[in-house]
Design a protein around this ligand. Structure first.
Ligand SMILES: [Zn+2]
Ligand SMILES: [Zn+2]
Length: 331
């Protein structure tokens, strides 16, 4: 059995791991097929998440097959599953309202607790979600990052008349574009990198692409901030029409200035949106099952697990959207 391991930031290794022989009642043993490298894995790698714990096994987006299940696990051997990689207590005031994504006892696989990048894992069945049979592995592995967008876009009504700007053309930005295109919105995409804009335009023909300097203030009904950078967030505020909505998805540790007068005078609605609930996973499956839902441009490449160093190196360049490791090639 092998796992990826971070002794401390920047020191990612592949090492032999001990196989735990027996399962607890609610646990399952899962053999991995795919593992998606996420922005948070890169931040844990770089050491820029203040609350991340080391040493740790990175990774939280995985897809695999149940090999063995404890007597209380609802997932029988042979079931294809993905991870639901943020825990919740089930009893705090937020969990009781169904908002497990803001649970006060939340832990995140690969960040605050051991992650999932190993060719075989043992995991509490509560944090596994079975995949619909008609959904291919290559689409199902995108469920977790896509559910972030499903959750965010539930906060607003999108019609064919809605003008939406997506700020930032990374994985989440791409997924926003895919979902907004499917919903029929009028989409404008911003990024500081012209190559990323070109790539988005090649994949999604109906979008308009603009560099930050080409955008006028106050001309979008909805602005989705998916860049997670100070300048992008500050510009996103200014782009919202009076009475419009800003959704912040991007993650940054930087201090951002809040344009209080502008927000008040324009009666802007601002939504923060963090991860997802299990219902968002189910709703994400609904989109992913439809072949007309064009999510495939998000998947940049699938690389054998043994090339993990190159895969992380490529992901760190920011020139790719989703890079997926294939754990079947681990030996
Ligand atoms: Zn992720
Ligand atoms: Zn809770």
């Amino acid at each position: 059995m092998f796992e990826l391991y971070l002794e401390k930031p920047e020191q990612l290794k592949l090492r032999e791991a001990t196989r735990v022989p027996s399962l607890k009642a609610n646990e399952a043993r899962v053999k991995l097929i795919y593992g998606g490298i996420c922005g948070s894995d890169l931040r844990v790698f770089r050491g820029t998440i203040p609350y991340a714990k080391y040493p740790c096994r990175p990774g939280h987006e995985i897809l695999g097959v149940v090999m063995e299940a404890g007597e209380k696990s609802p997932h029988k051997p042979g079931t294809r599953v993905i991870s639901f990689p943020n825990t919740y207590c089930g009893s705090c005031e937020f969990c009781l309202q169904g908002k497990t994504n803001i649970c006060s006892g939340k832990e995140s696989f690969g960040v605050t607790i051991n992650g999932l990048f190993a060719n075989e894992i043992i995991i509490d069945s509560e944090f596994l979600v079975p995949i619909p049979s008609e959904l291919a592995d290559e689409r199902a592995i995108l469920t977790e990052p896509f559910a972030v967008n499903v959750h965010a876009l539930k906060k607003i009504d999108i019609s064919k008349e809605t003008s939406v700007a997506v700020v930032g053309c990374g994985t989440e930005g791409f997924m926003s574009i895919a979902l907004l295109e499917y919903l029929g919105a009028k989409i404008t995409v911003l990024d500081i990198n012209p190559a990323k804009l070109e790539k988005a335009k090649n994949s999604y023909k109906t979008i308009e692409i603009l560099l930050p300097g080409q955008v006028e203030d106050q001309c979008f009904d909805v602005v989705i901030e998916a860049a997670g950078a100070k300048a992008a967030i500050e510009q996103a505020f200014l782009m919202v029409k009076p009475g419009g909505t800003l959704i912040t998805l991007g993650i940054t540790n930087e201090q951002v200035s809040f344009p209080s007068l502008h927000v008040t005078r324009s009666e802007m609605t601002i939504y923060g949106s963090i991860i997802y609930t299990k219902q968002d996973f189910e709703d994400a499956f609904g989109f992913l099952k439809d072949p007309k839902f064009n999510i495939s441009p998000v998947l940049s490449k699938i690389v054998p697990f043994k090339h993990y160093e190159k895969a992380f190196e490529d992901a760190l360049t920011g020139n790719f959207t989703k890079i997926v490791l294939d754990f079947r090639d681990s030996r």
